[in-house]
Every structure is written in C-alpha cells, then in structure tokens.
Design a protein around this ligand. Structure first.
Ligand code: UTP
Length: 303
C-alpha cells in the first residue's frame, strides 16, 4: 500500500558536545540563527512539504523546545497591550501545529532516537530532519526529496560532497549515479579517510520507510558505542533499494561552531531586518582584515 509522507521525526536528544559550554543546560536545537531557533527552521521546512505530524525526540535539558512551541500567555498579552501586532503574529505563527514529544531517556545514538518514535509512526513512510543541519531556507531540499520518494517508492537520503579530510565525520556511501539520484551500493559510518568509498556524505534529511524499525530494534551499537542509523540502513540495503539525493543548495553543519557562524552570516545577509547594517559591518571587518581603510564618519570639532 502506498502512503504519502505526512510525518516527520526530529531527533533532538543529542548531547551537543561540539557546542559546549553553550549546550550544557540548553538545547543545541534552540540556538538561534539570527532570530529563530534552528529547530523552527526545520519545522517550517517540513510544513512546506505538506507534513502534518511533528514528532520531536527530546532528552534532559531540552524542555525549552516544548516551551518554544507552546503558547506564552503573559508575553502575548503584553504584545497585544503594546500594539506589537507583527511580533504577536510571528510568535503565534506555528500555533496551529500539533507536536508529539518523546523522551529518549539515554542518548544511545541517532538510530535509537528514531526507534523511540516507532509507536507514533506505525506503518507509514516518514521524514527525518536533523535540525542542526541547517538548509538554506530558499532551497527546498526536503520537498524535492519527498518528490523523489513518491516517484521511486524507496527510502531516499540526502547526500553532500565533503572534503577528504571530513569523510571520517560522516556516514559515506558508494553507488551509481542515475540522473538526479544515486542508487546506493554500500554505506559506511565514519570511515577512515583511506577506507572511504567516496566523498558523498549522508546529511541530516531522510525519507524512510517503516521497515527500518524492525532493523533498528535488533541493531547493536556501532561507531562511538551508539546505535547508528547508517548501520541500520546498511542492513536495509540488503533487502531493498535505497536512493541517495545529492543536494543542490547550501547546507550548514550548525552543530559545529564554525558551521553555525557561517549559517548566521549567510542568513543574516538574507534577513531584511538586519541585512543592511550587518553587511556594512561585515565589509568593515573584511576591510580591516585585508588592510583596507575603514569607513568612519569623523566628528565635528568643537568651537
Ligand atoms: P549529532 O551527531 O550531532 O550528536 O546528532 P549530538 O550529540 O547532537 O552533538 P555532538 O556531536 O555531541 O556535538 C545528530 C542528531 O541526532 C540527535 C541529535 O540531537 C542531532 O539532532 N541525537 C543524537 C539524538 O536525538 N539522540 C542521540 O542519542 C544522538
């Protein structure tokens, strides 16, 4: 039986060690890129694909995520009283969305986090978004992947070419290019540089089918002692075809400090509220770095 993709799982229970100390007591997914938490970009991306049910996997110190998508009575009253209609609209933009939260008691890995959502997904295909992989909001990656899924009726995972020095940080695939997609022939989680079959890395967008749950239930811990989704996909590949979808737009690994800063700069330069003064500042900084002259307005002398 064929189903449409109506559900998304957003695993957000990781410990965020690359972003310490910020993530000691606060969720990484709530770090703002300009003025919006990363996880809100992810939710908006899913809404755009017609997804209707949102399942967030949370853990300890992650309560701020639930609060963010809840109503904020006192704040709303204050904004109403002050006549700040635009801000009021902005904070209520997602109030029609229904969220389910599942607590992953121990961060046993991405595969385990996804398995926690099994009772909510049952027998349908579903999307997975890792919200610390921020996709340029002008590029509609997940929508394209849903389109591919509807055509091929097989799991589809997003891929990006990474440099040789980065392959050991990702799941890496091998496969054959078929037009816009890659028919995957093997996958390996965090290979050594010499052992990597290609430089096509799996990034944080997936369209998966429910048969992955049966594999995850039996999956033993892999790299880093975690239950890895890549290992489960490797098992699934023995049974069915999996396609990779090389992305055509920009992705930021915003779970990493430099990736986060890149995302912040690029998205700030696209944000009408801050773009102009921020650009002027960036140009000033760049001029300073290249030894150019900084534009300053001199003060008038007194008297
Ligand atoms: P990461 O590999 O980025 O791990 O997880 P992390 O713990 O969040 O961050 P670092 O690497 O220690 O800095 C990828 C995604 O999987 C989720 C994370 O929240 C993130 O969205 N995840 C990971 C879980 O939900 N549970 C886990 O046990 C592990």
């Amino acid at each position: 039986m064929e189903y449409k993709v109506k559900k998304v799982i957003l695993p957000a229970a990781g410990l965020g060690t690359r972003f310490l100390p910020a993530t000691k007591a606060s969720p990484k997914e709530m770090l703002p890129i300009v003025d919006k938490p990363m996880i809100q970009y992810a939710i908006e991306e899913a809404i755009e694909c017609g997804i209707e049910e949102f399942i967030i996997i949370t853990g300890k110190h992650k309560r701020a995520i639930e609060d963010h998508f809840d109503s904020a009575y006192e704040l709303e009253e204050k904004l109403k009283f002050d006549g700040k209609k635009k801000l009021l609209e902005e904070i209520n933009k997602l109030s029609h969305i229904k969220f389910a939260y599942i607590r992953q008691r121990v961060a046993l890995g991405l595969g385990h986090a996804i398995l926690c959502a099994k009772p909510f997904v049952k027998d349908e295909p579903f999307a997975v978004i890792l919200s610390d992989d921020v996709i340029d909001p002008d590029y509609h990656l997940l929508k394209e992947m849903v389109g591919v899924y509807e055509e091929v009726d097989c799991p589809v995972i997003a891929l990006e070419e990474v440099s040789e020095s980065e392959v050991s940080r990702y799941g890496i695939i091998d496969g054959v290019r078929e037009g816009d997609v890659v028919r995957i022939s093997s996958l390996v989680e965090k290979p050594r540089r010499e052992a990597a079959p290609s430089n096509l890395a799996i990034i944080g967008r997936y369209i998966l089918t429910p048969d992955i749950f049966r594999i995850l239930e039996k999956q033993k811990p892999g790299a880093g002692g975690e239950i890895q989704l890549t290992d489960a996909l490797k098992e699934l590949l023995k049974k069915r075809t999996i396609y990779g979808y090389p992305i055509k737009g920009k992705r930021y690994d915003a779970g990493d400090k430099v990736g986060f800063l890149r995302a912040t700069v690029d998205l700030a330069l696209k944000n009408p509220e801050v773009a102009e003064p921020f650009k002027a500042y960036i140009l000033d900084v760049a001029a300073g770095l290249t030894g150019g002259k900084k534009e300053t307005k001199s003060l008038k002398a007194r008297g």
